[in-house]
Design a binder for this molecule. Structure first.
Ligand code: NAD
Length: 453
């Protein structure tokens, strides 16, 4: 047995025992006994990607109340991103943030240095753009670390294949891996899923999802910064970095609808286009309309629009043979899930509504992860997260190429957007460089058919 593996096993055993004590003490309403040196049963956390979501995820981690947990290291590609994140967290959790200057790391290698501060069984948070997930996850597995990684976790077929392989390795090592599809941890959605499985709305025959909001466009690149660093900062605009707004925004509802259906779609047929682009240089379309098909023929209709001044919607619905359900009412939380008789979402038809106020799923995903670590329960969302990311890439590729794209097509697709994401430095060219006219390539449905650009 390797030394890392041995260490992670004994530490897991230790955390499990303290986890049991924590649970028993919580039930008895008493404080957790400090029978071991705090150092040993403290779960240490490293934050990699210190932006909005990373800071939020770290705060949610530090808010879990079943044993000591501390933030001990931070890493970001840009030095200017760390102070704000650190100051906010330190103010809110003065005793749980222990990140001196020499444990704040900057650059494309910051992830290694931050993870090197952890012991096997601790937790690394990945909240960088998704392009770097497989790079960072691979290192965490090597080091025997548990992981929380934000969605999407892949951006194309090849990165999904890499991630699926890593997922298997992480399961073999009994690592606990959470993926930021927090709706899966929403107590209301969990009950809704049980009710759907029990037949409350009959068999699902159609699903609908909407993410229609204001303009999303980026550019032009300012002078004095490289293509790489510009695109990393504006990652929603570039397919290699994030999968674009399609993957970044739509993955949640594609995932929650597929969860309710109990299957992943097997193919996508889609339209989309660019309308008011001005001098923006990003690769996104302004509108997307996708028809996904599940193995039994059921359809999921998804509508995305990034345009100011249009009707806004951020919701998803299931239609069954006996009734219908609201899966998301308006954004991710509160979900305010409900079931109805027939196909009309009227109060008169209401069968059931999850009681309000409901717990925040961003907090619950951490309660569940830390509980699994302390109790040593099987807990690994990496495969499911990769599959949800693949479903996102499947629909996006269908829109961007104008072709029908199947699960196998996207999984076996050879176009890897950023094959060298693990080798980038501050001086590197970007995986996406401008053409002779100085413009980044954009999708051209019907013209470029086998790759998205
Ligand atoms: N679950 C959710 O609801 C939710 C909400 C928001 C964002 N997210 C996800 O979280 C991730 C981050 O989004 P955000 O809104 O926090 O973006 P952000 O720009 O605020 O933060 C990203 C941070 O990562 C840093 N970074 C970029 N490349 C890096 C690298 N190679 N190594 C280290 N640091 C690097 C950036 O400098 C930045 O500070 C995305 O994957 C996004 O989809 C999820």
């Amino acid at each position: 047995m390797s030394e890392t593996r041995e260490k992670s096993m004994s530490r897991r055993e230790f955390l499990r025992n303290t986890g049991r004590m924590a649970a028993a003490s919580a039930m008895a309403g008493v404080a957790i006994p400090r029978v071991h040196a705090a150092e040993d049963n403290t779960i240490q956390v490293a934050l990699i990607g210190c932006g909005g979501r990373g800071s939020g995820a770290a705060a949610d981690a530090l808010s879990v109340k079943n044993g000591p947990i501390k933030l001990v290291a931070m890493g970001d590609v840009f030095a200017d991103r760390i102070p704000r994140s650190y100051d906010g967290l330190k103010k809110r959790f003065p005793d749980q943030v222990d990140v001196p200057e020499d444990r704040k790391f900057v650059g494309f290698e910051a992830y290694k240095k931050a993870m090197d501060c952890l012991r096997p069984g601790d937790v690394a948070i990945f909240a960088t753009p998704p392009a770097f997930r497989w790079v960072h996850f691979g290192y965490a597995i090597e080091k025997g670390l548990n992981v929380f990684m934000e969605k999407p976790i892949t951006v194309d077929g090849p990165s999904t294949r890499k991630l699926l392989k890593l997922a298997e390795e992480s399961v073999k090592k009994n690592l606990k891996v959470g993926v930021g599809l927090m709706v899966r941890h929403c107590r209301g959605r969990q009950q809704l899923c049980e009710r759907i499985r029990a037949g409350e709305i009959g068999d699902i025959i159609a699903l609908r999802g909407y993410r229609m909001g204001g303009t999303v466009s980026y550019g032009p690149k300012p002078e004095g910064t490289s293509h790489l660093l510009y695109q990393v900062r504006r990652f929603h605009g570039f397919l290699w970095a994030s999968g674009g707004v399609y993957s970044d925004y739509y993955i949640h509802q594609l995932d929650e609808c597929s969860w309710m259906k109990g299957a992943w779609p097997v193919q996508a047929h889609a339209t989309g286009g660019r309308h008011y682009r001005g001098n923006a240089v990003d690769q996104n379309f302004d509108t997307y309309a996708i028809e996904y098909t599940y193995p039994d023929g059921t359809k999921l209709f998804y509508y995305g629009r990034n345009m100011a001044g249009c009707h806004g919607a951020f919701s998803s619905y299931a239609h069954g043979t006996k009734g219908c359900a609201i899966i998301s009412t308006s954004s991710h939380t509160p979900g305010r899930v409900r079931t109805f008789k027939g196909q009309d979402f009227s109060e008169a038809n209401l069968i059931w509504a999850f009681p309000q106020p409901e717990p925040n799923p961003y907090q619950m995903e951490w309660v569940d992860l830390i509980d699994a670590i302390r109790q040593d329960k099987p807990y690994n969302e990496a495969k499911r997260g990769a599959e949800a990311s693949l479903v996102s890439s499947m629909g996006r590729m269908a829109a961007h190429t104008g072709q029908i794209v199947t699960w196998d097509d996207i999984l076996n697709c050879e176009h890897e957007f950023a094959p060298d994401a693990d080798k980038l430095t501050m001086e590197s060219d970007s995986p996406l460089m401008p053409d002779a006219d100085g413009r980044y390539p954009v999708p051209r449905p019907g013209i470029v058919k086998k790759r998205e650009y």
